[in-house]
Structure formats: C-alpha cells, structure tokens
Design a protein around this ligand. Structure first.
Ligand SMILES: [Zn+2]
Length: 122
C-alpha cells in the first residue's frame, strides 16, 4: 500500500445511520518522501483544506493526483473513492471525494463498502 493521508468529516453513516465522524484514507498528494524530514503521509485534513505538496520545481510536482483509486476528470480535478471507517460503528464504508488542484473540494457520494462504485479500483 502506498502513502496516504486522512480526510475526516461528519456524515450520516451508511451502516449505522448515525451522524458520525468518518475517517477516510486518501492517496492524493501522498508520498513517503517530502521536504527535509517532512513526509506527505499520515496527516489529517478536513473538507476545504489544501493538501500540502512538493514545490512547483520538484520533479514529482505534477504527480500529485497519482494514486491507486483515482479517476482524473480534467487537469485540475480528480475524484477518488476512499476507504473509510465510521468512528461510531467501526464498520468500513466508502466516499467519493473530489479534489480540485489538491483542495479537498467536496464529497460526491458515500456508501457501504459492498456498494463500492465499479468506476474505481479497490
Ligand atoms: Zn457507522
């Protein structure tokens, strides 16, 4: 499994139905590398945050949207189906999260893990 970060937000859980904090793993703008002793890995972000990334002149700058579950929709926007876990019932679920130029733009859909959309890799 590659590097990842966390996106945390409150939503109605598709499993238990409670309004819960759900933690999702994203591979957007994630790397075991980073400037100095920093790594773009295992940090927690929320909706509206802009994920930090390498400087523009860094060789992998353009690769911010690479990952294992990403459907590019245009140059600036990608959506990723992210694996998540409800902090209320601890059951796995998914969310399709849309990123606009590394900003966590919005959540497109949320569902149970068995309803993982076919358009996305698991
Ligand atoms: Zn739940």
């Amino acid at each position: 499994m590659g590097a990842f970060n966390w996106i945390v937000f409150t939503a109605k859980c598709p499993n238990c139905g409670n309004t819960s904090i759900i933690r999702y793993q994203t591979h957007v703008a994630s790397s075991y590398d980073g400037p100095g002793s920093e790594r773009f890995h295992d940090h927690t972000y929320k909706l509206g945050d802009v994920l930090p990334w390498f400087d523009k002149d860094h060789p992998v700058f353009e690769d911010w949207a690479q990952g294992n579950a990403i459907e590019p929709t245009n140059e600036q926007t990608v959506s990723e189906c992210c694996h998540g876990e409800c902090t209320s019932c601890n059951v796995d679920c998914f969310a399709v999260i849309v990123f606009n130029d590394r900003k966590v733009a919005y959540v497109d859909s949320i569902g149970r893990i068995e309803d993982w959309p076919d358009d996305f890799y698991k």
